[in-house]
Design a protein around this ligand. Structure first.
Ligand SMILES: Cc1cc2nc3c(=O)[nH]c(=O)nc-3n(C[C@H](O)[C@H](O)[C@H](O)COP(=O)(O)OP(=O)(O)OC[C@H]3O[C@@H](n4cnc5c(N)ncnc54)[C@H](O)[C@@H]3O)c2cc1C
Length: 538
């Protein structure tokens, strides 16, 4: 490894925002640019895992899809890097059926997704004006009632809107909905929407009906896994002269006499425990410094909070700004079976939604159906639980149970066999047993085939601290976003990433803040593949 102690630009964080910033800066000849990453992999909250027995089916334990029509920076990068995309189906391949046939299980009643707008069938006591609408339609109805021009107003207009005498941005979505909706309708929206966070108390201006998850949205993903986006961005960065240093945790930043900053790093290492199931990135005793003219912190709120940098403790505005976003939990548990048993129930792709703590189940295909998949290999992947916020404690309790060890497909359980991927917190026997119980119930089945492998990911762990973020009520995030990209005038320190973006919870948000930071503070021109009039947000 090149242990150069002075670099022009240090980019910290090998997630999407860091990878993008590093490549753009390298191409604009602002280097030498060095990308420092805490762990052993590139990707951050994109992490496409290959489970045993399914080499071509990617278990996305983080972000998994994009929307071509909306995510212009993601699509631009995919094309620039020559990556292959494929559709991410949300239901039956006949578009007339689509997701409508998928199951919904609420208050112990089985429904089809298409029946969510039939209030005779949904088990919630809805008021008259709330009837015959699915959760997305209910949210749109509430906004139309409270903010009649919500869908044509500009962001600046929305910050001027008052609802019942109070600025819209001072409401949390939950509080706002309670002004017009029954508690039953709110619970229906939360339960049937699949994500708690969609109706949690985020800033009402950033919670407009978005159609990011509605039944007609067309999603895509990458053939080799969504984390290929940052991985190939970094590979290109290296090919073009950039340098990556893995296993480097930025610990502190101090000002250097004569300009620039001194960065203190701890070398980390990836340690696999004796049971070969637990793998953790840990600090070593190796501490050293690197001087940089500029440093880009491409990371979320919790990662920033873990850095020792005086302004993070002492600058009133930065301390305030850092806390303007809510950290939202995100957890996934994926199971591998010897065959896609759900197909016999007419379920092909997309999701099941329930109020049970598994919340969302996603059906992925089998190895033999995957692009370039192995013929005759029917091993198949199920996202057994995709849950957030309120259901986190339900799964955390199982964390210290014995690790689930898996077995070879087609063979009975054998204590000598280990057929799972090492993980910081691996899936445990308790989790898998509970998931099986709940999956059987939501599908109306008495018995299920047993999974042969599993993977679990909890994004609330350090250094991430959250799956994604949301603006708090009362925050005029137009100003916060701008400020946080260069929080302190006389420090050459810049911040970007999903957390403080206008598309929180999406890779697009991470890239938008990176692009804004590069254009505003490094004077970079817009890349040729991105339309000049594409809005990057405030
Ligand atoms: C469960 C889940 C589902 C999601 N679904 C989607 C989806 O379908 N589509 C979509 O577009 N988005 C989705 N997202 C959001 C998307 O994953 C994120 O918006 C995006 O990956 C964030 O990128 P980032 O670069 O801002 O941050 P991160 O990916 O968090 O990258 C930060 C990086 O910084 C490193 N780091 C932190 N601290 C230090 C330090 N001190 N020193 C060195 N390195 C450090 C970390 O190791 C990490 O690599 C999902 C997220 C989750 C968790």
């Amino acid at each position: 490894m090149n242990d150069e102690t002075h670099v022009r630009v240090a980019v910290i964080g090998g997630g999407c925002a860091g990878a993008y910033s590093a490549l753009r800066l390298q191409r604009a000849e602002r280097g030498p640019v060095v990308l420092f990453e805490y762990g052993d992999r590139i990707g951050g909250r994109l992490y496409s895992r290959t489970l045993p027995g399914m080499p071509h089916v990617h278990a996305e334990v983080g972000g998994m899809r994009f929307i071509r029509e909306k995510h212009k920076l993601v699509v631009g990068m995919i094309e620039e890097l020559g990556l292959k995309a494929r559709s991410f189906p949300m239901g039956h391949r006949d578009p007339k059926i689509g997701s409508n046939q998928n199951f919904v299980y609420l208050r112990r009643r089985h429904l089809r997704y298409g029946e969510l707008s039939n209030s005779v069938k949904v088990p919630y006591e809805l008021n008259w004006p709330e009837r015959d609408m699915n959760p997305d339609e209910l949210q749109t109805w509430a906004y139309r009632y409270l903010v009649p021009n919500w869908d044509t107003a500009t962001l600046d207009d929305l910050f001027k809107v008052h609802v019942f005498g109070k600025p819209l941005y001072k409401y949390g979505l939950w509080d706002l909905l309670y002004l017009v909706m029954s508690g039953e309708a709110y619970e229906f929206m939360r339960d049937a929407g699949g994500y708690d966070c969609n109706v949690a108390n985020a800033n009402a201006v950033s919670s407009l009906p978005s159609d990011d998850f509605g039944p007609t949205v067309v999603y895509e993903t990458l053939v080799k896994g969504y984390d290929q986006l940052p991985i190939q961005t970094v590979n290109t960065f290296v090919k073009e002269g950039g340098e990556v240093r893995h296993h480097h945790r930025l610990k502190s930043i101090v000002r250097k006499d004569g300009g620039g900053v001194r960065l203190a790093f701890v070398r980390t290492e990836t340690e696999t425990a004796n049971d070969a199931v637990r793998r953790t990135v840990v600090d070593t005793d190796d501490h050293f410094t690197v001087d940089a003219d500029h440093v880009v912190l491409a990371m979320p709120r919790r990662s920033l909070e873990l850095i020792d940098w005086t302004p993070l403790r002492e600058d009133k505005m930065l301390r305030h700004d850092l806390k303007t976003v809510i950290k939202q939990a995100g957890i996934k548990l994926l199971l591998g079976y010897e065959y896609p048993w759900w197909k016999a129930l007419g379920l092909e792709a997309g999701r099941l939604i329930t109020d049970l703590p598994i919340r969302q189940v996603y059906y992925f295909g089998s190895e033999q159906e995957a692009i370039d998949g192995e013929r005759g290999n029917s091993n198949a992947l199920l996202m057994a639980s995709y849950n957030d916020l309120s259901t986190l404690p339900f799964w955390k309790v199982f964390e210290n149970d014995p690790a689930f060890r898996g077995r070879n497909p087609g063979e009975p359980t054998n204590p000598d066999v280990l057929n799972v991927l090492p993980q910081h917190h691996p899936a445990t026997t308790g989790m898998v047993e509970m998931a099986q119980l709940l999956i059987a119930e939501v599908h109306g089945m008495r018995t299920l085939p047993t999974p042969y492998t599993a993977v679990f990911q909890d994004w609330t762990e350090d250094p991430f601290g959250a799956g994604w973020h949301a603006w708090k009520a009362g925050v005029d995030f137009r100003h916060t976003m701008k400020r946080i990209r260069k929080p302190i005038d006389d420090w050459p320190v810049y911040i970007c990433g999903e957390a403080y973006s206008f598309n929180q919870g999406w890779v697009e948000g991470a890239l938008q803040t990176a692009e804004l930071m590069l254009e505003e503070h490094f004077g970079l021109n817009r890349p040729t593949w991105l339309a000049k009039d594409y809005s990057l947000g405030p």
